[in-house]
Each structure stands twice: as C-alpha cells, then as structure tokens.
Write a protein that binds this ligand. Structure first.
Ligand code: GLC
Length: 443
C-alpha cells in the first residue's frame, strides 16, 4: 500500500470511529434521559423501613453495630416480628392516596434480615421470624396493582453474614486482602440474592445503601449493574454505588441551593427515625412535610418520604395522618406538582416556584399569605394571559408597575389574591403566558 493510500485509509477509520463514538454517546444520553423520565415526573416516593428493629423500637441495624444492644438481643427481635396485622393492600392504597408514584422498601437492611424467603443467607422473614412468611412479595404485588413503580432498597453490607468483613464497630471479621476467597463467598451470596430479587420482582429502581464500607472495585459495582440490567434494561440505580448511579440521594438535609444535577431525590424521615421508634415523637407536621416537598419540586428534585411500620405490620397513626394530609394537598394541586420542572430564581419571586414542561405556565407556591394578599412577581418579559388559583380556578387580578415606554424593563407585577380562598397548607397560583417564560436578565 502506498503511503498516500495508507494515510487515507487511516483517516477513514478515524472518521468512522469518531462518528461511531459520538453516535453511541448521543444514543446513550438519549437512553439515560428516557429511562429517567418517569422518575423525573414522579416527584414523590414513599420509603419503607420495615424490619425486626421495629419489635423493640431500636435504631435499624445500627443499634447492634454501634453496640447499644448485644447482637443476641437484636436477633431476639425475630420472635416478635409477627406481621399479624399486615395488610399490604392497605399499605399500597395509602401510598397511592398520598400522591406518591413509587415506593422503595427495605428488602434487606444492613442487619441482613431479608423480607423475602431467600434461598441464600441465614436470615429471612419466612424461616427465621415469627411471621413465617415472605412479606415482600404481597407488597410488591399490591404496589404494581396500584400502577406505582417498584423500588427495592438493598444494603450491600450484611453485618450478620459470617463472610462479611464488618460485624460491629469494634468487631471486624477480616480484611479483604487477607482472605479474598472469603470475600468472594460473600459477593456470591449477595449477587445470588440480587438475582432472586431481579428475577422475581423486576424492580424499576434499585436503591443501594452502605457502599461506604468498600470501594467500587471491591463491591464489583460495574458487574452488579450489568447483572441487574439483564432483568430490566431501563432500571434506575441510585448513586450509593460509590457514585456510579443515575441520581443523587441527599439524606435528611434538603439542598439549600439548587443542585446542579438533573436527577436527585431527598430521602427524609417523618420523625427522626427510619424504622418504627415509639419513643421518637419528634414528628414533622403535615405543613412541614409539604414545605419540604414544595422545596424539592421547586428545585427540580423528588422527595422520598419514609414510613416505619410496626412489627405487626400496622402503620403508626401519626404517619397515616401525614400521608393523608399530603395526599389531599397533592390531589388538589396535581397540575402544579407532577410533570413540572424547576422554577425561576428567587430574584423574580420571593418563594418557591415551578414551571410546566413547556415553560408557558408558572406556578407560585404561597405558604404564607402576604399582607393585603399582594404577591410580587418581577422581571417577566412575557405578557401575562391569566392568573388563577390552582384547585379552585378563581381568576386573580394583576397590575404592572414601573414599566416604562422608553426601555425594555418589564416592570413589577402585583397579583392580588383573596385571603379567604387560601389553602390550609400552601396555596398555588398559576400564571399563564402565551409563550415560553422569558426572564429579564439585564444586570
Ligand atoms: C443511611 C443509614 C440507613 C438508612 C438510610 C436511608 O444510609 O445507614 O440506616 O436506611 O440511610 O437513607
């Protein structure tokens, strides 16, 4: 081959390679955004921490890990995990009623107790607990019947398993580098469990936890993901896979500034505990939960709100109350919740907002009713077509001040809302424009 031909063929190969890689990169990001679309629109999920820790009302798994109670006493709770008043259909109905679009349940927490009748390991609801049955399957079935998405929480660490490196904070069994065979036994065990869960339930979302105890290579994160994609090519992974997931999971603390990521979910407790903890009465009020939810929506994220059922399967009344109140608010304001995108900067409105996907509708969340019922919206270049209250449809008057004929400054809108029509928790005002919202940006 002449030098000229050789160079030309190299060039063709290079061009082909570049075209191919950019196509795959494009295809990949398309897949990513389609597979994330239900999650992005869902806004609310319900997290369920259910396990033997509910029997004595101690902290989930951590109580023995942190040596607050002995491992023996912790396991004794198996005898009290009866599930005798467990009604998965009612759980699923309540979740639906709350307005949530998905549920994430602890199939196995760090203590290694599996809610399903796993063939693997030494601890599961059917063989070892007083319930003597698989409590996971009927729940998943009811969730699916309600047309909700299924998320499985799965702890990578299993502090009970004799081949796992950690048992309690002062009792480590071994280090991986000292006994890789033993570690391989452990990874085989949990990948077998993942296989059982994937085959049986084909979840829409995997919510991993506990990645901090080992690195991505030790856990085998890439092969876990490849394995789980076999059951569902579009499955979503949270980021507690040493950061290699699809979305971020801030815990308890609502982001103060807007996260610079498209996909995130705040997981939060209703009181200060994930599982049932009878002495913890520090419940947030429905108002505070709705405040958190509005904050998530306006910053473009989801809320994963936790409940901790009792060992007999009943859901504490305080938690039912919060879910029902939230559900009423969601039902009334659904158009301003689901299918919305993050709102506009606070420079334009002193409070949380969201936008319809085509950005022709702006929603203002008004928690505290301003003096004289006057709301101020600034620097919107568009002409306002209509202002109304979401849920009642009442039309509101608005008036522009400080708009002048000799430049483009769009002025300040005063919107007046009738104080008698305000919502108990948070009133939502809809502003409709002809075109996509256009914010005045001149500094
Ligand atoms: C933490 C805790 C765990 C809890 C989880 C929920 O990672 O270890 O107990 O289940 O957060 O986000």
């Amino acid at each position: 081959m002449s030098a000229f031909l050789f160079l030309n063929s190299m060039r063709a190969k290079l061009l082909f390679f570049l075209a191919f890689t950019s196509l795959t990169a494009f295809g990949q990001s398309n897949i990513e955004s389609t597979k994330m679309s239900w999650f992005k629109d869902a806004k609310l999920g319900i997290f369920i921490h259910w396990g033997i820790y509910a029997v004595n009302g101690v902290s989930e798994s951590w109580s023995f890990y942190n040596e607050q109670i002995s491992y023996e006493d912790y396991l004794n709770q198996l005898k009290g995990f009866t599930a005798k008043n467990y009604h998965p259909i009612l759980w699923a109905d309540l979740i639906k009623e709350s307005g949530a679009k998905y549920a994430v349940i602890t199939s196995k927490h760090h203590d290694g107790f599996a809610l399903w009748d796993s063939k693997y390991g030494h601890l599961n609801a059917r063989i070892h607990s007083a319930a003597k049955t698989d409590v996971l399957s009927p729940f998943i079935e009811s969730i699916r019947k309600n047309d909700l998405k299924v998320g499985l929480y799965f702890s990578l660490p299993d502090w009970s398993h004799s081949d796992y490196t950690h048992h309690t904070k002062n009792n480590k069994r071994y280090a991986i580098k000292e006994d890789t065979m033993r570690w391989n036994h452990f990874t085989n065990y949990f990948t077998n469990q993942l296989d059982e869960l994937g085959t049986r339930y084909n979840p829409d979302l995997w919510w991993f936890d506990g990645d901090w105890e080992h690195n991505a290579k030790e856990w085998g994160i890439q092969s876990i993901k490849t394995q789980l994609r076999k059951y569902n090519h579009e499955v979503i992974f949270n980021s507690r896979l040493c950061g290699e997931g699809d979305y971020k999971t801030p815990e308890i603390g609502i982001p103060i500034t807007r996260p610079n990521t498209d996909f995130w979910e705040l997981c939060v407790t209703m009181n200060d505990s994930w599982g049932y903890f009878p002495t913890d009465s520090n419940y947030k009020s429905p108002q505070q939960v709705i405040d958190l939810f509005v904050d998530c929506i306006s910053k473009g994220g989801n809320l994963l709100l936790d409940i901790g059922p009792k060992a007999d399967g009943t859901i504490p009344k305080e938690q039912i109350h919060i879910l029902r109140e939230l559900g009423k608010w969601n039902k009334k304001h659904q158009e301003a919740i689901y299918n919305t995108i993050r709102g506009i900067p606070y420079d334009h409105f002193y409070g949380p907002t969201s936008l319809s996907k085509d950005s022709t509708q702006l929603y203002l969340y008004v928690r505290d009713i301003p003096k004289n019922g006057e709301l101020i919206l600034k620097g919107i270049n568009n002409e306002i077509k209509q202002v109304s209250i979401v849920g009642t449809g009442t039309k509101l008057n608005h008036k522009i001040f400080c708009k002048v004929s000799w430049n483009t400054y769009p002025g300040i809108n005063y919107i007046t809302m009738p104080v008698i029509e305000t919502d108990n928790y948070c009133t939502v005002i809809k502003i409709e424009f002809d075109t996509k919202i256009d914010l005045y940006q001149d500094p």
